[in-house]
Design a protein around this ligand. Structure first.
Ligand SMILES: [Fe+2]
Length: 184
């Protein structure tokens, strides 16, 4: 990680590193993300790796009670509809425009969209536990989206939903890690 990025992330990482046995507080996490005003996608460019076929999760740094990821989305790439298991999640848009659709469960066991919003550069959203949503880059071809995600504790398994089927499946996302040189 560049010294510039390290300096800009220092207040956030100081808070996250102070967590030993309990997870982050969602309000404090959102405030810490909001204060990272000077952080840009360029500061974390070494982690901004895209995949032509799916959105990509690039691990920046992790601790016992958190992980910081840089997610890279090409036009048209979407997350599954998912919950957040037992984690707190904070997201900040570092480049492009994010579209979030939030869902709720219905009596028949299927999920249905309850609202949709777009977030521009600097926008923040937070999710906890059983909050169900889908994040996507629905901008035109060539317009990339880069988002920073904090999960506390690290989120390696969660529920995934198909709107046409009742119940949930298990989703275990792949995190791409950087070894040697900068990063972890
Ligand atoms: Fe999420």
């Amino acid at each position: 990680m560049t010294t510039t990025a390290t300096a800009k992330l220092a207040p956030l990482l100081a808070y996250l590193d102070s967590l030993t046995t309990e997870r982050a507080d969602v309000q404090r996490l959102a405030e810490a993300l909001d204060r990272l005003d000077g952080l840009s996608a360029d500061d974390l460019r070494e982690y901004a790796v895209f995949d032509d076929h799916d959105y990509r999760r690039n691990l920046v740094v992790e601790g016992p009670m958190y992980e910081v990821l840089l997610l890279c989305w090409k036009s048209g790439q979407r997350s599954p509809i998912h919950d957040h298991a037992h984690s707190v999640c904070g997201v900040k848009v570092l480049e492009g425009k994010l579209t979030e659709v939030r869902y709720r469960e219905t009596p028949c066991g299927q999920v249905v969209a309850k609202d949709c919003r777009e977030m521009q550069l600097g926008g923040i959203c937070a999710s906890v536990d059983h909050d169900i949503h889908e994040i996507s880059n629905l901008e035109a071809e060539g317009e990339d989206l880069i988002t920073m995600h904090i999960y506390s504790p690290p989120l390696r398994e969660m529920a995934m939903y198909d709107p046409a089927k009742p119940g949930a499946m298990t989703y275990r996302p792949v995190n791409f890690e950087f070894h040697g040189g900068s990063g972890i």
